[in-house]
Design a protein around this ligand. Sequence first.
Ligand SMILES: CC(C)(COP(=O)(O)OP(=O)(O)OC[C@H]1O[C@@H](n2cnc3c(N)ncnc32)[C@H](O)[C@@H]1OP(=O)(O)O)[C@@H](O)C(=O)NCCC(=O)NCCS
Length: 176
Amino acid sequence: MENAFQDPSAITLASFTAPSPYLEDAVQVYLATWPGDLEKVRAFVARYATYPDFRGQVALVQNRVIGMGFGHRSQAGNWWHDRVATRLGGEHPALQDAWVLVELAVLHEYRSRGVGHALHQTLLRNQPCPRTLLSTEVSNTGARRFYERLGWDYVLTNFQFSEGDQPFVVMSRPAS
Ligand SMILES: CC(C)(COP(=O)(O)OP(=O)(O)OC[C@H]1O[C@@H](n2cnc3c(N)ncnc32)[C@H](O)[C@@H]1OP(=O)(O)O)[C@@H](O)C(=O)NCCC(=O)NCCS
């Protein structure tokens, strides 16, 4: 455990990797946020946990995981990186030596207490790259405001990862 935050008696953060039991807790937070198939989400998170420079964090209240975030080094050969590179060009500065924040989620009843901020700051501080990247849906105005306030800038404002998908924004930020 590390980094007591806000109410120090209530919220703590812990890192997780592929073998950690917290990975399953992160899956449960993911499913509470974006309902889907348990086995697919489990496989999705476990696969990302094997990627280079993976960093995962959970937030806990009294031993219950109530938030999670994770990411990895963004590099050619990763689906997300390659899709963004088709639009930006593989040599775009935002894609060089960058770490992508893949997911960040806090259970609904624990939002607006600084938990997302704490997870974000810890993940960015512990990752090794000089710049960071993320994508979120254009329609996710709450998350966009959250990231704008944390210093993220837009590199793409209307990007479809696959035909027929919702449009996404892609954002970039210096790591510190
Ligand atoms: C985006 C998300 C992770 C933010 O988590 P969070 O814990 O609510 O974030 P914070 O509490 O740090 O900040 C959110 C707001 O609370 C405010 N806040 C921070 N600390 C606070 C506190 N102690 N008391 C009251 N408000 C506080 C912030 O100013 C911010 O305000 P804003 O919404 O007007 O910008 C969360 O909303 C979420 O899980 N959303 C669904 C999933 C998602 O969209 N993820 C991002 C895309 S991948």
